[in-house]
Design a protein around this ligand. Structure first.
Ligand code: PLP
Length: 384
């Protein structure tokens, strides 16, 4: 690596990818005068629904509200249990608490970091209403096996696919595979609307209920009301929420969906280069990808089995390279400690201290990635 003169190279963890098309879509929305949920949201739902092979799509303010709404519309509440991993972003568990249900944590498979499907069955009780799985870092969990368990026990399967837009499971895009799937458009994900989320489902009744609930329980949409030739006095059939995405956000989303293929290709090339670079390392374990799935590379996660992960992160940051721990263990967070009956999740706890997310985003240059690889190999060896 050549010595750098002048400004130090800094490499962020993630970066949204925008071009002039996002700006022009937003300008169109502003000029239309319709900025709340309207035609741009409807178009965004249509394109994401089609892309994920789901019959229905309902945009929301975030994946968190999409997940909350999913649990709520399925009638999951106090006294119910929801089986879920603890090794995840905390929002997937928070929503279970917010509907008043109890999360029942299952350990992860240490190779994929997804819920260990073989450990689900023994956690099912009379109170279990759903399995809320997570496609961790964009890697699809084993949808077929989870569906089989869910069907055999007459419970729902809700997929937190916040990270997994564009990922493939047995050749099928994540989305229409399960009863209900939730997506995120936060800037850390593969496409962004700033903030935003979506429920995709093949069940008409779920979609209808979600649409009413996200809009104060109102029986008609604003768009229908405003375009009606006779005045419509709306009625309220449910006690609802305001979880509406705005047309400004959907305008950005529509431009992002036009380039999703390109964005995913860029990510895949970066991931491939990392994996090649770490192949011979004895300190770094690159991500494992089962043969029947194709991740979208929302994150690139490595495991450091020797040495001190946090020390490596500190040293990389001194050199201008941003990294992040792979994930947290929800049951170890202060907000959750003591609430949970004793949980034994050795793989979750190990992964929480050993995993590390590396910079990955479409604009990452060859030069920047070489720099990350060189520094990481050096510090990983040094810390081991
Ligand atoms: C990002 C993320 C969420 C939350 O998404 P928001 O759109 O920010 O609410 C939920 N679950 C997982 C697994 C995530 O990675």
């Amino acid at each position: 690596m050549k010595k750098r003169i002048g400004k130090r190279l800094t490499v962020p963890l993630a970066k949204p990818y925008f071009s002039s098309s996002e700006e022009s879509r937003v300008r169109e929305v502003l000029r239309s005068g319709w900025v709340t949920q309207g035609p741009a949201v409807a178009a965004f739902e249509e394109v994401v629904g089609r892309y994920t092979d789901a019959k229905y799509a309902v945009a929301t303010t975030s994946a968190t509200t999409a997940l909350f709404l999913s649990l709520y519309l399925l009638g999951i509440g106090p006294g119910d249990e929801v089986i879920t991993p603890s090794f995840t972003f905390i929002a997937s568990t928070n929503v279970i608490m917010h509907v008043g249900a109890n999360p029942v944590f299952v350990d992860i498979d240490p190779s994929t970091y997804n819920i260990d499907v073989s450990k689900i069955a023994k956690k099912i009780t009379k109170k279990t209403k759903a399995i809320l799985s997570v496609d961790q870092f964009g890697l699809p969990c084993d949808y077929d096996l989870i569906r089989r368990i869910a069907e055999a026990n007459c419970i729902y399967h809700i997929s937190d696919a916040a990270c997994a837009l564009g990922s493939l499971y047995k050749g099928k895009r994540v989305g229409g595979i399960t009863d209900i799937t939730c997506l995120s458009f936060h800037p850390r994900k593969v496409i962004t609307t700033g903030e935003g989320g979506m429920i995709v489902t093949n069940k008409k009744s779920f979609a209808q209920k979600a649409k009413i609930l996200r809009h104060h329980g109102m029986s008609v949409s604003d768009l229908v009301r405003h375009h009606a030739s006779v005045p419509i006095n709306e009625s309220y059939t449910e006690i609802g929420f305001n979880f509406r995405m705005s047309d400004v956000q959907a305008g950005i989303g529509n431009a992002q969906m036009e380039k999703i293929g390109f964005l995913l290709k860029k990510r895949a090339a970066i991931a491939e280069k990392y994996t090649r670079a770490f192949r011979d390392s004895t300190e770094i374990i690159p991500p494992y990808v089962p043969s029947d799935v194709q991740p979208n590379w929302q994150s690139y996660i490595i495991r450091l089995t020797k040495g001190n992960r946090d020390e490596v992160m500190r040293r990389l940051l001194v050199d201008g390279i941003a990294t992040r721990r792979g994930n947290l263990a929800v049951h170890q967070q202060e907000a959750y400690r003591g609430r949970q009956f004793p949980v034994v999740l050795p793989e979750t706890e190990k992964a929480a201290v050993q995993t590390l997310a590396l910079p990955i985003f479409p604009q990452l240059t060859k030069h920047e990635q070489d720099y990350v690889i060189e520094k990481l190999l050096f510090y990983a060896k040094k810390s081991a």
